[in-house]
Design a protein around this ligand. Structure first.
Ligand code: MOS
Length: 727
């Protein structure tokens, strides 16, 4: 039998296309007659547009039109009769300005340069109103909406009665996604009611559904192409007002229009991880048994949408603790709406919880790893369910051995290397292991090759590669003869790539459609091939792309050829069943960091990272390792460098570029050991694979902060840990 391909380190099937320029990202497309757009964005942060003078812009060379709320075609799906102000930004619908950088007009011309120049000629006047972008000054505006329920298990605030307790406040600033590929869209109305889009999205079907509602078109009239995405981290999980603006301009002008937003506008137009202020109270017995956790969080949102995420959820389920209460509120600011960003909510919450655990361990004079072991949850304490699989204890052990945890000093500030203080820190991470519903089609060709299609997305983790491996193992067909196609709205329905669930959700559909294909082939053989006549289709063996009955082996290709079938197509929908009610399904991670801190300058250097993932079966060891390292790099940014800074006098970002918004570069990124438990989850899906995209980042910042404390005795509770906070 052919060697199993799931678990192998396989090169990306689209790797060559990506490094040779053969991969076509949304902006690489060039529909006939395409025009270029540039946005005019508001320099005020709250108020109204009183006038737009486009005279000069319209006279500039090559300009096709200037579209704004004064002349945009109506969006039939905007809910205008309902005065609920939380329906999102209805771009070009009225004169209202909610935040700095909000698009007020889109200029379309026959070259990008002409569009950008003409945009500078549009004169907009505003009636400015008072804005608020500083969360610290808006705490009196905090509210809960109907989706934000307080949680209570046992007794509220029980930590206050504990023999040993810690109460502390933790803050994270706004972080932006800023993948290399800029956001935007190409919109083309082929007829007044037929729309074709080249998009940067984590879900082509999701874009199609949003536009179906907004433009009240049947699904069949909206085509979305998005085969390659140059990174997203959550920013492309929804459609944005600037995309609607482009679609409106294309509708008015009746030509394809391309918008690629600027790096600066990536801070204001495509969401971000919201700023959050968190308070944790945590108490334990003298032996370190947790008796109570209270976790309260406030995060910002926009004036026109409530963005909520799972900031406090980890505190409910991570540790065996009888008394837990959580509380979570939003504060509206004059900023655009936040959006999910890698480890959405959990990454924020884990920084607070996993720092507090470390603070508690210090107070207890206990090894923080030991404290976590003492409070390990053997069953899910929130839902009282067994785990489908959990190897967290093994992960702690593996990581500790790899980083050399025994070298850590329990007393901070004791270790030194070449004049730098040395510290070790750790943290845990967790994220729900999801499985949604997806459909895949499998087309077996008469030459024996297989094409599997599903409207999934790939924002970088190597989706097509993993799917080819899953299909190869399910069918026995060689990986070289299998293609997986994604990113087209005409393909069978798949959810957005998010929540670390693509392998689980789409992979299951791929596995299942391959099984059904084999069933169909079996039926074909029993009906037509003498050697198989006495068998039932389900009893036929399948090996290496062949049907097997005793000594008779028949190639799939030969069967199709004999039956004069050019191809055989099977489509299958796959989804989770009742098992999700019987088991708690989570992926876990453990992060260890060794840091050096310079005592005079406060510079932090991360010297060694060990990240261990309990994410079930690892489908591709190479892409999985890369994905974990990517998450760790995001975690270094969260811990040490990333902070979107606003000048609150103007409500405007001041470091809105790659030079001033610091993401980790190679020099910031030390050797990273990625270890996998790699044990199949027996319940979640046929592959036994849980997700790993989010756990790669969740908790990481706390590991660094805890290591910095271990090195210096200084506890930094406000991210990022910049040198000024250590001297
Ligand atoms: Mo992710 S935040 O689920 O793209």
């Amino acid at each position: 039998m052919k060697k199993q391909t799931v678990g192998q380190s396989m090169d990306r099937v689209d790797g060559r296309l990506k490094v040779t320029g053969g991969a076509r990202y949304f902006a690489d497309h060039q529909p006939e007659g395409m025009l270029y757009a540039a946005l005019v964005c508001s320099p005020v942060s709250s108020g109204r547009i009183t006038a737009i003078d486009a005279t000069k812009a319209l006279r500039a060379p090559g300009v096709a039109d200037v579209v704004s709320h004064l002349n945009a075609p109506p969006v039939p799906g905007y809910k205008v009769e309902n005065p609920n102000p939380k329906q999102g930004l209805k771009i070009f619908h009225d004169d209202r300005i909610y935040s700095n950088g909000q698009p007020v007009a889109i200029v379309v011309a026959n070259t990008l340069e002409r569009a950008v120049y003409a945009a500078s000629l549009v004169k907009v006047t505003y009636a400015q109103e008072v804005h608020q972008t500083d969360m610290a000054h808006s705490m009196d505006q905090a509210f809960q909406n109907k989706n934000m329920k307080d949680y209570l298990r046992g007794e509220a605030d029980a930590w206050k009665k504990a023999p040993v307790s810690v109460e502390a406040e933790y803050n994270i600033p706004i972080e932006v996604h800023n993948p290399m590929e800029l956001a935007g869209i190409i919109a083309h109305w082929e007829t007044p009611d037929k729309l074709t889009l080249y998009a940067k999205t984590q879900g082509v079907k999701s874009v199609q559904q949003s536009l179906k509602t907004l433009f009240q078109l049947p699904e069949s009239q909206i085509t979305v192409h998005s085969q390659f995405v140059g990174g997203a981290f959550g920013m492309a999980l929804r459609i944005w007002p600037m995309e609607i603006a482009t679609i409106l301009a294309a509708k008015k002008i009746r030509k394809p229009v391309k918008l690629v937003i600027t790096r600066k506008d990536m801070f204001t137009l495509v969401g971000y991880r919201p700023a959050a202020k968190q308070r944790i109270g945590i108490g334990a017995t003298a032996e370190g048994k947790l008796t109570g956790i209270t976790h309260e969080a406030v995060a910002n949102t926009s004036p026109y949408e409530d963005f909520t995420e799972a900031i406090v959820n980890m505190s409910r389920m991570m540790y065996a603790c009888p008394n837990v209460n959580t509380h979570y509120q939003l504060v509206p600011l004059n900023l655009s709406t936040p959006v999910w960003m890698r480890g959405p909510g959990e990454a924020t919450g884990a920084f607070a919880l996993e720092s507090a655990i470390d603070e508690l361990a210090h107070k207890l004079h206990m090894d923080p790893l030991q404290l976590r072991l003492v409070n390990h949850a053997d069953i899910d304490p929130e839902r009282n369910l067994p785990y489908s699989s959990k190897y967290l204890k093994e992960a702690y052990e593996m990581g500790a051995a790899k980083i050399g945890w025994q070298q850590r000093s329990q007393t901070p500030g004791k270790l030194e290397e070449n004049g730098w203080l040395v510290g070790y820190g750790m943290s845990s991470g967790v994220f729900g292991a999801g499985r949604g519903r997806a459909t895949a089609s499998a087309t077996l060709k008469a030459d024996g090759s297989l094409v599997v299609r599903s409207a999934a997305a790939d924002i970088g983790p190597g989706t097509a590669t993993a799917m080819v491996q899953i299909a190869a193992d399910a069918t026995g067909i060689d990986v070289k003869k299998i293609k997986f196609l994604l990113g087209e709205s005409e393909y069978p329905e798949a959810p957005r790539q998010g929540g670390s669930s693509t392998v689980s959700t789409v992979g299951s559909a791929v596995n299942d459609v391959c099984r059904n294909l084999q069933q169909k082939l079996g039926e074909l053989a029993t009906a037509n091939i003498p050697a198989f006549k006495d068998l039932k289709a389900e009893n036929i063996q399948h090996e290496d792309g062949q049907l097997v009955a005793g000594n008779t082996r028949l190639d799939y290709a030969a069967l199709l050829q004999q039956q004069q079938l050019p191809e055989l197509v099977v489509t299958t929908t796959s989804q989770a069943g009742d098992e999700r009610k019987q088991y708690a399904m989570y992926s876990f991670s453990v992060h260890f960091a060794k840091v050096q801190v310079h005592p005079a300058t406060g510079v932090v250097r991360i010297k060694h990272i060990v990240s261990v993932a309990d994410s079930g079966t690892v489908v591709n060891s190479k892409t999985a390792r890369s994905q974990m390292i990517g998450g760790v790099v995001g975690g270094i940014g969260m811990a040490l460098t990333e902070e979107a800074l606003i000048d609150h006098r103007f409500g405007r970002y001041v470091n809105n570029n790659y030079a001033d918004y610091h993401v980790p570069v190679n020099a910031d990124t030390p050797p990273t050991d990625v270890l996998f438990i790699n044990k199949k989850d027996p319940v979640i899906n046929p592959m036994g694979a849980k997700g790993m995209g989010e756990i790669a980042l969740i908790g990481f910042a706390a590991a660094v902060s805890n290591a910095v404390f271990n090195a210096t005795g200084k506890r930094v509770r406000d991210l990022p840990i910049t040198p000024d906070k250590l001297i």
